[in-house]
Structure formats: C-alpha cells, structure tokens
Design a protein around this ligand. Structure first.
Ligand code: THU
Length: 129
C-alpha cells in the first residue's frame, strides 16, 4: 500500500465531530517504518490536535527522529494543505528536501518539499545550543 493509501485509510478514524473535517496522515521515517495520525478534536476547541502531530508523536515514541516522506489527505475541494503549526512540526524532523504529498478524496494531489512549505523556517540552529 502506498503512503497516500495508508493516509486515506487511517483518515476514517479521525475524531472530528466539531469541524467534520477528517484528516489522515502517514509518514515514513528514514528507518522505513510507517506511522499514521489523525486529527483528534475536543469540546474545548483549542485542545484539538492535528493529524500531523499524531503521526509525529507515534514516530518519536517508536524511537525514530527523521522523516523521509509524508502524505496528508482530507475531503477538501483542493489537496489539503498542512496548517502553519504542522509545517513547523514537520520541519523539526525533516531535511529540507523531504517530499510532502497533499491530496483530497477526489484523487487530486500535489507535492511540495518541506522547505517549500515553510521557507525561512525557524529552526533549532537558531537556538545557538
Ligand atoms: N487539521 C489537521 O489535522 N491538519 C492540518 O494540517 C490542517 C487542519 C485539522 C484540525 C481540525 O481538526 C480540522 O482539521 C479543521 O481545521
């Protein structure tokens, strides 16, 4: 199964009773393992989490720290774009050339690199640690 097919399947598990906007993410780490995430909303709206955050948390819990490829999908009129916060989250664990495939349920898809999604990103290099 492709990364995008995996994201499409897991999307069904999203908990999005408030926005009704289910998002699925699948990412492959450089070890080759695949991790999935869905958005998990909350009655206290700001406590909801994005699908990307879930997939990244699963990767980190498994001991991997480098993303190789990402797929994100939602039922949107155009291929779903990761939100700004998720671009920053993806950037933390991705080389600039990591490819993010964005898709919708109609079969449309576009790809962009992490560097294209977040040009001029703030990064750990700037913390001078
Ligand atoms: N959402 C994600 O899960 N990922 C994104 O990158 C875009 C937005 C979720 C958050 C919220 O549950 C719903 O989509 C509508 O904003």
């Amino acid at each position: 199964m492709s990364l995008l097919e995996t994201a499409r399947d897991i999307r069904e598990q999203a908990y999005a009773p408030y926005s009704k906007f289910k998002v699925g993410v699948a990412l492959r780490s450089t070890s080759g393992a695949v991790f999935v995430g869905v958005n998990v909303e909350n009655a206290a709206y700001p406590e909801g989490t994005c699908a990307e955050a879930g997939a990244i948390a699963a990767m980190i819990a498994a001991g991997d720290t480098q993303i190789a490829e990402v797929a994100v999908i939602a039922d949107a009129p155009t291929p779903v774009q990761p939100c700004g916060g998720c671009r920053q989250k993806l950037k933390e664990f991705s080389a600039p050339d990591v490819v993010v495939t964005m898709a919708n349920l109609s079969g449309e898809q576009v790809t962009m690199t992490v560097a294209e999604l977040l040009p001029g990103a703030f990064s750990k290099d700037q913390l001078d640690m």
